[in-house]
Design a binder for this molecule. Structure first.
Ligand SMILES: Nc1ncnc2c1ncn2[C@@H]1O[C@H](COP(=O)(O)OP(=O)(O)O)[C@@H](O)[C@H]1O
Ligand SMILES: [Mg+2]
Length: 250
């Protein structure tokens, strides 16, 4: 896809930008993978995510839970158990030899009909130069999977419908919508301070069981075609009307 919007692959680079800004309160604790950081994360949290610094599409997202008598790890729908920290560390190390990984505090995702979901906030910059949150949808995870991504069998949902189904009242949905739109636009301005040429960003935002929002990652090449298949095409059309301004065709 060759259109004019800057792309940054490293989740660690982008996380550091966010941590150095006022949106830092939205970032779950994130550290680079090492033995001491793994141990530090489990001293603080019972669920930790292990993800490739350069990954996309929900591939190779691993969730690890600490149990009374060891650890359990899940990748896609496959589970493994380890009796000791060293056994877990040895297993993760095999993967970390191939590519670099991050550790992130696990967020217990809000659920709708028993399925975990997160939110995509699409932010785009018009030719006039200001950031605008142009669309928000939800990604509802396939039961039994770790990642909610479309490529992992996740389903796209409407923001209002999903949050109502998750038990948020009308006023609470409205407040979340306002909060997340502003968050998207704030993130756009943070990214502009670090590199030139950003025209679009796709935030992956989790809501925890208390309804607090957490930025899991910021995509610089967000996919939009899943929105094309929704019965209401207005989100897709709005995104594309901005996207054409920077040469994105699909
Ligand atoms: N810290 C976390 N807590 C809870 N779920 C997470 C966490 N990190 C990732 N996930 C789940 O995995 C999905 C993919 O993770 P993400 O960081 O967005 O990587 P990718 O670039 O592969 O999309 C998220 O949309 C979410 O469903
Ligand atoms: Mg993602």
């Amino acid at each position: 896809m060759s259109y004019r919007s800057t792309s940054i692959k490293s989740k660690w680079t982008k996380t550091k930008w966010l941590l150095g800004s006022k949106v830092r309160t939205y970032i779950p604790e994130t550290l680079t993978y090492s033995r001491s950081n793994l141990s530090r994360m489990f001293s603080r949290y019972s669920t930790v995510f292990f993800k490739p610094t350069g990954g996309t599409g929900g591939f190779n997202i691993i969730r690890i839970k600490k149990l009374a008598d060891g650890y359990t790890l899940q990748h896609n729908s496959e589970k493994k158990r380890f009796k000791t920290f060293d056994a877990l560390y040895g297993h993760l190390n095999k993967r970390a030899r191939q590519r670099s990984y991050l550790l992130q505090k696990g967020i217990r995702l809000a659920t709708v009909k028993g399925r975990p979901f997160d939110i995509r906030v699409m932010v785009q910059k018009s030719n006039a130069g200001s950031w605008k949150s142009t669309a928000m949808c939800t990604k509802i995870g396939r039961p039994g999977k770790v990642a909610t991504n479309y490529h992992q069998g996740g389903e796209v949902g409407y923001f209002w419908q999903t949050l109502s189904g998750a038990g948020f009242g009308k006023a609470a949905v409205k407040r979340k919508e306002q909060e997340l739109k502003k968050l998207g636009e704030d993130v756009g301005r943070v990214f502009d301070r670090h590199a030139k040429g950003f025209r679009e960003l796709g935030l992956d935002v989790a809501l925890d069981d208390k309804g607090n929002a957490w930025i899991l990652e910021v995509n610089t090449r967000p996919t939009v075609y899943p929105l094309k298949n929704m019965s209401d095409k207005s989100m897709y059309r709005r995104i594309m009307s901005y996207a054409r301004q920077y040469g994105r065709k699909r």
